[in-house]
Structures are given as C-alpha cells and as structure tokens.
Design a protein around this ligand. Structure first.
Ligand SMILES: NC(=O)c1ccc[n+]([C@@H]2O[C@H](COP(=O)([O-])OP(=O)(O)OC[C@H]3O[C@@H](n4cnc5c(N)ncnc54)[C@H](OP(=O)(O)O)[C@@H]3O)[C@@H](O)[C@H]2O)c1
Length: 323
C-alpha cells in the first residue's frame, strides 16, 4: 500500500480508500467483514456519507453505512481516517439536504452518533448548494472544526470555479478552508483535468477520485457489442448502457482491455493504476463490494504503466459522467 498526506495536512492516508456506497452489497455482515479486511490489508482511509446505505436498504434507511462503519470503529478508531458527507438529500419524507447552517449542525450530530465517534476526520460537502450563501455553509463547518467535532473539511462535486469561490470566501472570513476536492475521475471521465486539477495543484489541495471504474464499466464485465451479464449493475441500466456503448467510450474500453491483457493485469487493476498515476491525484476511492473485488483492486499497486501504454489510452479521451 502507498500512503500520502492529504493536501497540505497531517492526515496520512492510504492511496486506496474504501468507499461505503455499496452498489452491490446487501449484507451488513459482509459489509463489516469487507471494512475489516480493508483495514487488515493496509487501507486506513474509509469514505462514507450520511446518505450511503446497503444496496437493498429502503430509501429511508439512510445512514446504514455509517452505522456499519461505527461498529468497526469501536475496535479500530485509532487506525483509520474517516470521511462522511452532508448536503445531499437523504431518505424519503425527510429532506436533510442542502448546506444551511442548521442542516449541517443537525446532520453532523446524527453522523457522529451513527459513527460512534467524537470526531469526523474529514467532513465533506456532498454537492454545491446554489441556494445557501457560502458564508453560511462555511461558517457552520468552521464552528464544527472549532468545537473539535470535525478535523478537516472538503468539497465533493464542485466545479473548479465553485471551489475557488469557496476558498476565497473562507480566506475573506478567516475561517477553516477546504483541504481537498472529491470528484468523479476515471479513464472514462477526464473532465477534471481541464480546470480542477490545475486548481488543486495551485492551492495544494488533496484530490480524491471517486468512481475510478466508472461505476463498474471498467470492471472487465462489460464489452461493447455484448449485452451486460444478466442481473449485473448495468443490466439494470440497459438503455443508458446501450447509449454509452455506441459512443467514444466503447473505443476507450477496447483500448483498456487490450492494454490490460498485454500487461497481464485485470481491467480494475489497470483502471485504478491509471487513476493513481495521474498528477495531483492523492487517492482513488474503490467501490469494491466484496473481499474478492477488493483483493483484485489491491493489485493496482507495485507496477507502472509505460509511455506506450499511457499513449494508447490517451488516444481516447472521454468525458462520460455516470453516477
Ligand atoms: N462524492 C460523491 O458524490 C461520490 C459519488 C459516487 C461515489 N463516491 C465514493 O466513491 C466510492 C466508489 O464509487 P463507485 O461505486 O462508483 O466506484 P467504482 O469502483 O467505479 O464502481 C464500483 C463497482 O465496480 C464493480 N467492481 C469494483 N471492483 C471490482 C473488481 N475488482 N472486479 C469486478 N467488479 C468490480 C462493482 O460492481 P458489481 O459488484 O456490480 O460488479 C462495484 O459496485 C463510493 O463507495 C463512494 O465512497 C462518491
């Protein structure tokens, strides 16, 4: 495992983080085993959100990922750096979204209770809130830091201009500034290379790349011209899958498959290795749902793509956003 300091901070984190979005895991017991296995494998960075839950959880069972992580933290709190997020809408019949001061304080208290911890190492705004003044959002986060309930703050899914405005707001108010950005980044979505990565470099921020397999499209299970395996994640998203496979993403997938085969690695290993080799990427967040998948993904370390391989992949620059 490789480790890095996130942004300009003392947070020492593994370059592979485990995400608890659980797109394909419905067992609490297996989810807990997965987190424990990740920690035993050297992963010390766990990415969570107040919204995340097991695959089959009812929509109003938001927070089940935090509860499962909380049970693991009872034994392992000192060994891991945890994130959780606020701002996306959660549950049915209960909003919980937005960056208002009141919502942030309420959601932070609920997350701390579910996580069974006194402090969140990195508290992330899940989405940009166009309705609440940035002054209000970041003042609330600053209060959480000053009270010790949160150590650091960051932003997810912000455009570069939005993050720049947030940094500017914090500087003007002399309050806690974000230390990192979390964005969608993979061989299939290179959008952040134009504006966000230069900002991250300039401001010495950390960059957490989520969906490094483009929500499984780069898992090796999907091929252009072939139907997705029955019962798979993309079988359930068939019209979207067919549209994607008719576009430039199909060429990238083929190039990635050839490169992985020639090098003797799996597609997930190739895709993760590529993300982690990009300048200014601190961490890739894996969405592995099982121990087998996680072990496969750990094979992304210990080797480097050569210039010819990188050039072959660079021939197909794609900006596909999938959630
Ligand atoms: N901030 C945000 O807005 C945001 C948004 C999305 C995600 N995230 C974070 O990023 C994490 C990862 O996102 P993601 O789930 O989109 O990641 P991903 O790694 O792109 O996709 C995950 C899916 O890929 C498949 N997979 C993973 N490893 C595999 C392997 N070795 N072999 C075969 N299939 C494999 C699994 O699908 P199957 O099991 O169905 O095959 C899994 O559900 C989330 O858990 C969350 O922590 C953050």
């Amino acid at each position: 495992m490789q480790y890095t300091n996130l942004g300009n901070t003392d947070l020492r984190v593994s370059r592979l983080a485990l995400g608890l979005g659980f797109r394909g895991q419905d067992s609490e017991r297996e989810a807990q085993r997965l987190i424990e296995h990740a920690i035993a494998s050297g992963i010390n960075f766990i990415d969570c959100a107040n919204k995340y839950r097991l695959l089959t959880g009812a929509p109003n069972e938001h927070g089940s990922s935090e509860e499962i992580l909380g049970r693991v933290l009872a034994q392992h709190r000192q060994e891991v750096v945890i994130t959780t997020k606020v701002g996306a809408e959660v549950g049915l019949g209960f909003d919980g979204g937005g960056g208002s001061g009141a919502n942030i304080v309420l959601q932070a208290e609920q997350s701390l209770r579910r996580l069974r911890t006194d402090t969140i190492d990195l508290y992330l705004l899940h989405v940009f809130d166009h309705l609440t003044p940035l002054e209000e959002t970041f003042a609330a986060l600053d209060q959480l830091v000053k009270s010790g309930k949160v150590r650091h703050i960051g932003c997810c899914n912000y455009q570069a201009w939005q993050l720049c405005k947030a940094l500017w707001t914090c500087e003007r108010q002399a309050i806690t500034r974000p230390i990192c950005s979390q964005n969608n980044y993979s061989l299939l979505n290179r959008q952040i290379e134009r504006e966000m990565l230069p900002l991250v470099e300039d401001q010495r921020l950390g960059l957490m790349a989520y969906s490094p397999l483009a929500v499984g499209l780069l898992s090796g299970n999907y091929q252009p011209g072939t139907a997705p395996p029955a019962g798979s994640l993309w079988d359930a998203r068939r019209p979207e899958f067919d549209t994607i496979m008719r576009g430039p993403s199909a060429d990238l997938l083929e190039a990635a498959r050839h490169t992985a085969q020639a090098r003797g690695v799996t597609m997930p290993q190739l895709a993760l290795n590529w993300v982690l080799s990009q300048p200014h990427v601190s961490v890739a967040i894996t969405g592995a749902d099982t121990i087998t998948q996680l072990d496969d993904n750990l094979g992304a370390f210990g080797w480097s793509l050569n210039e010819q391989e990188l050039a072959a992949l660079d021939q197909h620059r794609v900006e596909l956003t999938v959630w």
